[in-house]
Write a protein that binds this ligand. Structure first.
Ligand code: ZN
Length: 142
């Protein structure tokens, strides 16, 4: 039976995975693993303070700025540009279609379809009885 550990983050007791044994530090819950990783990364960065320091200037020298790199990439990969343009077009069409269908809950305008004719109408008055809600509409000029 492997020795039980205590998670330093949630303070729960846990039985380590048989393959990991005493090297397992946390209980394995996502939040605890994430915190362990965060602390481990911070420790590593404090021990290697120069590692990321000059990365971007070096990349800039080798490849140019990110904007320049992107520009060159798009120039060298016309198939990518075409594919992306098609994707964006499809995305925008779908988004616009959805926006057309949705009516904002705060809007006083609604879309109404009567006998397959669609138009914008404005609510001018709302009243209710115990059984019905009466809504008075007028055609919206805009
Ligand atoms: Zn834990």
């Amino acid at each position: 039976m492997p020795k039980r550990g205590k998670c330093p983050f949630c303070r729960r007791l846990f039985i380590p995975d048989l393959r990991v044994k005493e090297r397992q530090k946390t209980c394995g819950r996502k939040e605890c693993c994430r915190e362990q990783k965060r602390q481990s990364d911070a420790r590593w960065r404090s021990q290697n303070p120069d590692y990321f320091r000059n990365l971007y200037p070096q990349q800039k020298q080798a490849y140019g700025t990110r904007a320049e790199y992107r520009k060159r990439y798009r120039k060298d990969h016309p198939d990518y540009v075409q594919r992306n343009a098609a994707f964006v077009k499809k995305y925008r069409r779908r988004r616009n279609k959805k926006a057309e269908k949705d009516v904002s809950s705060t809007s006083c305008d609604i879309r109404l379809t009567v006998w397959k004719q669609t138009g914008k109408v404005k609510i001018t008055h709302v009243s209710s009885t115990s059984r019905d809600i009466l809504v008075t509409l007028c055609e919206n000029a805009s």
